[in-house]
Ligand binder design. Structure first.
Ligand SMILES: [Zn+2]
Length: 156
């Protein structure tokens, strides 16, 4: 429907323009009153077409593209910043999850900071960097390291 309207108005415009211009140069005999009306209509149509053309043309499209690129760059930087922060948080979280503190109430052992129920041999943790769990020796009724077999009795 829009297309039909467009072509209808375009046809009227073209026909009016041809008749008007032929009248102006004297090829067609048109009375002065009608010629003035046709010329006015032509000028109004021409002005309308120019206004419509100017409204549709993006003279500042480049500025808009630059703005879009800058907005994209900014969102990319924000995203990368968030990603970097998440990575740092994960590293710190991982470090905390896998860190141990020596337990002064039970010499030779360390407890996991994230889970105090987990007790390991502090010697093996320091020397071998391996958190080895303590094992209970039921025959001698004492605790020992599962790696270096050091006796680790709790202080009474
Ligand atoms: Zn050990």
């Amino acid at each position: 429907m829009k297309r039909h309207l467009f072509y209808t108005f375009l046809s009227i415009f073209v026909v009016t323009t041809i008749i008007t211009l032929l009248g102006v140069i004297g090829v067609l005999r048109i009375s002065q009153g009608h010629l003035t009306m046709l010329l006015s209509a032509f000028l109004v149509e021409l002005a309308g077409a120019l206004v419509a053309l100017f409204r549709r043309t993006e003279f500042f499209a480049e500025d808009e593209h630059t703005r879009e690129i800058m907005a994209l760059k900014k969102s990319y930087e924000t995203y990368m910043g968030e990603l970097e922060q998440k990575y740092r948080d994960l590293v710190e979280q991982s470090a905390q999850e896998h860190s141990y503190s020596p337990d002064l109430s039970w010499p030779g052992t360390a407890i996991k900071n994230a889970d105090p129920q987990v007790r390991v041999c502090y010697h093996c943790l320091l020397i071998k960097h391996v958190p080895l769990p303590l094992i209970w020796d039921p025959d001698n009724k004492r605790w020992g390291c599962s790696g270096c077999h050091t006796q680790l009795n709790k202080l009474e």
